[in-house]
Design a protein around this ligand. Structure first.
Ligand code: PGA
Length: 258
């Protein structure tokens, strides 16, 4: 029970990943969300929005004084150079980001990112003073083959750099088959996966392992958020589709346990 309690004390983070969605007019969703946060009482979790890089500066301005943090969705592993179309962590920081997502399954699939690359990106994020949100998760086929824990374990071990600390690194467990599909694992399955990630972290970082945030992601909605975030070792959520409107995102934020 003692250890359960100390895990519970980790403050939840509810993070929105807007993916390739959002134009300047989307700042009104930030305004609407800020209003809900203001009138609904202090949120019991930290709140983060990761919009496309083009909107970071604008949303950062819009979010000033609201407690809503802004983050990027990816960064290059190098600090600068001839990498057309890529974005460096320091550029995200300069634009107003405090966090960056790395190794999202859409990046791992669409851009063939390996654990080694994700690890280098997390290190680049730290160089720029950003918190790295490292995503891991099995595909549907891997799950059917009974390989969930092996795959997730390999990704955590391979993607998390040596210098990880609770203040600079967050894990997001996102089963690939649950992303954007409306499907979610059972609470028991989430507990097993998060418990496995927690034990890998505590083995590798005995002093701090219990204090890392491990977010669940994949079809989180206002209707299932409370159940998912009540699972042991779930310290918040990474939300795609339901983060695009203030109403749904606020519904999830209000379900955070702490
Ligand atoms: P979803 O996406 O909430 O739309 O399933 C989650 C994510 O990809 O981070």
């Amino acid at each position: 029970m003692g250890s359960e309690k100390s895990v519970r004390r980790v403050k939840a983070l509810v993070a929105g990943n807007w993916k390739m969605n959002g134009l300047k007019e989307s700042k009104r969703e930030i305004r609407r969300l800020a209003k809900k946060l203001d009138t609904g009482g202090k949120p019991k979790c930290d709140v983060l929005i990761c919009p496309p890089a083009t909107l970071i500066g604008l949303l950062r301005e819009e979010a000033k004084g609201t407690g809503i943090a802004i983050g990027g969705q990816d960064c290059h592993a190098k600090a600068s150079g001839a990498h057309t179309g890529d974005i460096a962590a320091a550029m995200l920081r300069d634009a107003g980001a405090d966090y960056v997502i790395v190794g999202h399954s859409e990046r791992r699939t669409d851009h063939h990112e390996t654990d080694e690359m994700v690890k280098a990106k997390a290190e680049a994020a730290w160089e720029a003073d950003l918190v790295a949100i490292i995503c891991v998760g099995e595909t549907g086929d891997e799950r059917k083959a009974g390989e969930t824990l092996a795959v997730v374990g390999r990704q955590v071990t391979g993607s998390v750099p040596e210098g990880a600390m609770p203040k600079n690194m967050i894990i997001a467990y996102e089963p690939v088959w649950a992303i954007g599909t409306g499907l979610t694992p059972t609470a028991e399955d989430v507990a097993v996966a998060h418990g496995h990630i927690r034990s890998l972290l505590t083995e590798r970082f005995p002093e701090t392992g219990k204090a890392f945030r491990i977010l669940y992601g994949g079809s989180v909605k206002p209707g299932n958020a409370a159940e998912l975030m009540a699972v042991p070792n779930v310290n918040g959520a990474l939300v795609g589709g339901a983060s695009l409107t203030a109403d749904d995102f606020y519904g999830i934020i209000s379900a955070a346990y702490l």
